[in-house]
Every structure is written in C-alpha cells, then in structure tokens.
Design a protein around this ligand. Structure first.
Ligand SMILES: CCC(=O)SCCNC(=O)CCNC(=O)[C@H](O)C(C)(C)COP(=O)(O)OP(=O)(O)OC[C@H]1O[C@@H](n2cnc3c(N)ncnc32)[C@H](O)[C@@H]1OP(=O)(O)O
Length: 357
C-alpha cells in the first residue's frame, strides 16, 4: 500500500558515495530515515534528491520490490499508466471546461487553507478546478513546514459536487472513468498528505462535495450546514472514492443508509454517526466574534502544536494504521519512529526533564 516515502538505510548507504558532493550534510544519511534527514537539507538539495529518486531506483539492483513500492509511494496515487490512466490526456480534456479556481494559502503557523472557489455555481467543480486541485495537492506534498490543512468553500457554502454542465459534456463511460480515476488519485493524495486536515463545512456539501469532505481527516460543520450524498438522485454512486472512505468513517451500516437513502446529514446527525467531529458556533452578531475559519483554525491548532516533523510523523503513523495490514503498519511505524527518535524535538524534551501533568 502506498503511504510513505522511506527507503531502507542500506539503500541510502549505497549512495552515500554519490551524495556528499550534492549534500554538504550528507553524514546525516548514515543513521536514520530519509524523510527527517532530507527535511534538514536546504530546499534545493531536497529538490535534487527528489529528482534523483528515479535514478536511485533504476540503478540499484537491490531495490526490487522496495523500488516499486517507492514509486507508488512517491505519488500516493491509486492509478498510473499500468491501469490505462493517462494523466496528461485527462488534464487536457478537463481544461476544456473552465471556471472557478482552487486557491491555496500557506500560513506561517503551518496551517494552509484550500478554498473551493466557484460561488456562482455553489462551488461546483469545473474541469479546470479538478486540474487546479491536483496542482495544489502537489504544492502541499512538497510543503516541508506544513502541519495542518483546512479545506473550505468560498462564500459560505462548501461545494455542490461536479459542475453539471461539464458532467453533461463528458457523460460517456470512457470520459467518466478517466475523470473518476483523476479525482480518486487527487483525493487519495489529499488524504495521504502528511498534514492533519479538516473540512470546514458551511452551507451545503453535495455529491462530489460530500465526497471531498471524506478526503480530510476531520469534518467541522457550521450549525446550519448539510452533507448529503445525492448521487442516487443522479442515478449514480460516488466515484471520487467517497463511498470507500465513508465506510471507514461511519461504518458500512451508516454508509448504506446515507447512500441508499440520500439522507441529509445535519450537525447533530453528523456527530451521532461520527461523520462530524465538531460543530461551529452559530452566526454571532457581536463584534469580535470568531469567523468560521478562525474557529476551525483554533480547533485544529490543538492537534498541530509542536514541530512540523513530529506532527507529520503523527499523521503518517495514523495513516499507515488506517491503510495498511497490521504487520506492514507496524513496520512503517518503526520507520517513522526512526525519523523522530533522537531528533531535535526529542532531544530537547529529554533535556528539559518534562513532566506530563
Ligand atoms: C461526483 C458526482 C456529483 O457531484 S453528482 C452531484 C452534482 N450536484 C448537484 O446535483 C447539485 C445541483 N444543485 C442543487 O441542488 C442546488 O443548486 C443547490 C446546490 C442545492 C443550491 O440551491 P439554491 O440555493 O436554490 O441555488 P441555485 O440552485 O439557484 O444555484 C445557484 C446557481 O448555481 C448553479 N449550480 C448549483 N449547483 C451546480 C452544479 N453542481 N453544477 C453547475 N451549476 C450548479 C445553479 O444552476 C445556479 O445557477 P444559475 O444562477 O441558475 O445560473
């Protein structure tokens, strides 16, 4: 299962003869994991090393299965060319349906805000927005200082799913499959980001919008918001990975009820079945009242206190526990543990003799 990029120490040692000329801090490759060590490198060096990945894989005979895993892991995608998926081809097709945008703002706090922005269509996903989303997820995959992510809709509503105008134009099965694979890849990569993510749901999250909420770790709902998997009304089932993720979140009984009954999930029902993780305070007229975004930032901040490598490691061990069979998850946990053990935050905590009262 594709989750983490973490080559074995032996593989890295092989290249220690090559790397010193590229990386002044190459001695840090000797002990522990790749990710924590590369995180300590200057950005340009990290980029070179990322670019080197395919060569490292190709030129090492011992890499084998690890190499294949690594190639999958480095993108976090579900589909590649071996599944008949041609990213460039579907990108071109999607770009023929423009409108709206996906906006990304990365803050110094380590929280990024991703906004679904197409208010004249209730933030429906045009084709170009699907392409935008993939590009913004790519940005986030390379954000070494990131810790948290808030996904929201513009103009106080979340997202009304795919743009029906675009959907009508690509309603043939071949194009539908390509769009489905493209969005599954992107939303899987979104969920697999080493950031703790939360969907801030105001207004409505319908169809693909409801699916998008399940690609975040948590969902916070405004008091008057609704999440609804309306697919059955459209003669469809979820295709952006929303059904599989929904089963993980609420269990198969509840998922069957939500999809089969196209039930409207308000905050109370959402909390009851575990789809919602919190409810925002209602609109407040008083001056100084927190906006929904500020409330979401405050909610998230308690889970992302601390240095980025540690928060990212937290997300990775939970993600591997969620996605991998137990023995693989345990091995991954060991590897991630190796990236923080003896790291700066660990040494500082040991030196300060902290008590956890
Ligand atoms: C992955 C598969 C999927 O996503 S299937 C699900 C696709 N989505 C839908 O079927 C939602 C259809 N839209 C609606 O039910 C309503 O527009 C909702 C979202 C409830 C809002 O209703 P209401 O507040 O009355 O506003 P409205 O209908 O006047 O909409 C405002 C303008 O937005 C547009 N809009 C809305 N949703 C979409 C959409 N998904 N694709 C394209 N356009 C959409 C409406 O057509 C309307 O536009 P206009 O002002 O009439 O030009």
């Amino acid at each position: 299962m594709a989750v983490l990029f973490h080559p074995p120490v032996d593989t890295l040692r092989k290249y220690m003869f090559v790397l010193p000329c590229l990386f002044p801090m190459s001695s840090s490759f000797q002990g522990d994991g790749f990710q924590s060590n590369t995180a300590r490198l200057p950005l340009s060096s990290r980029m070179v090393l990322c670019a080197l990945r395919p060569q490292l894989l190709k030129s090492s005979t011992s890499v084998g299965a690890w190499g294949r895993l690594l190639q999958r892991q480095s993108s976090g995608s579900v589909y590649s060319n071996i599944h008949g998926f041609n990213q460039e081809e579907i990108r071109e097709k999607l770009l023929a349906f423009p409108g709206g945008s996906i906006d990304l703002h990365k803050h110094d706090s380590g929280i990024a805000v991703l906004t679904i922005n197409n208010p004249s269509r209730m933030n429906a996903f045009s084709g170009s927005m699907m392409v935008d989303l993939e590009e913004q997820v790519r940005q986030l995959e390379n954000w070494m200082d990131g810790k948290g992510l808030i996904v929201q809709g513009a103009a106080e509503t979340f997202c009304s799913g795919s743009d029906l105008n675009a959907v009508r134009a690509i309603s043939n099965p071949q194009d539908g499959m390509k769009m489905c694979m493209f969005m599954q890849n992107t939303l899987t990569r979104l969920l697999r980001l080493p950031l703790i993510s939360v969907a801030l749901v105001e207004g409505r999250a319908l169809g693909g919008g409801a699916e998008l909420t399940t690609a975040c770790d948590f969902r916070l709902m405004a008091s008057d918001s609704v999440i609804q998997f309306v697919h059955k009304h459209m003669g469809l089932v979820p295709g952006w990975g929303g059904a599989a993720r929904l089963v993980h979140i609420v269990g198969s009984q509840n998922a069957l009820k939500l999809l089969g009954g196209t039930l409207k999930v308000d905050p109370k029902f959402g909390l009851q079945i575990g789809l919602a993780d919190g409810v925002l305070e209602g609109p407040q007229a008083e001056e100084g009242a927190e906006t929904p975004l500020q409330q979401a930032e405050n909610w998230l901040s308690r889970y992302i206190k601390g240095p980025a490598p540690v928060i990212q490691a937290v997300k990775k061990v939970v993600l591997s526990g969620r996605e991998l069979p137990l023995s693989e998850a345990l091995r991954t946990e060991k590897d991630v543990f190796g990236t923080v053990w003896g790291g700066p935050a660990n040494l500082q905590a040991l030196a300060s003799k902290s008590k956890h009262k």
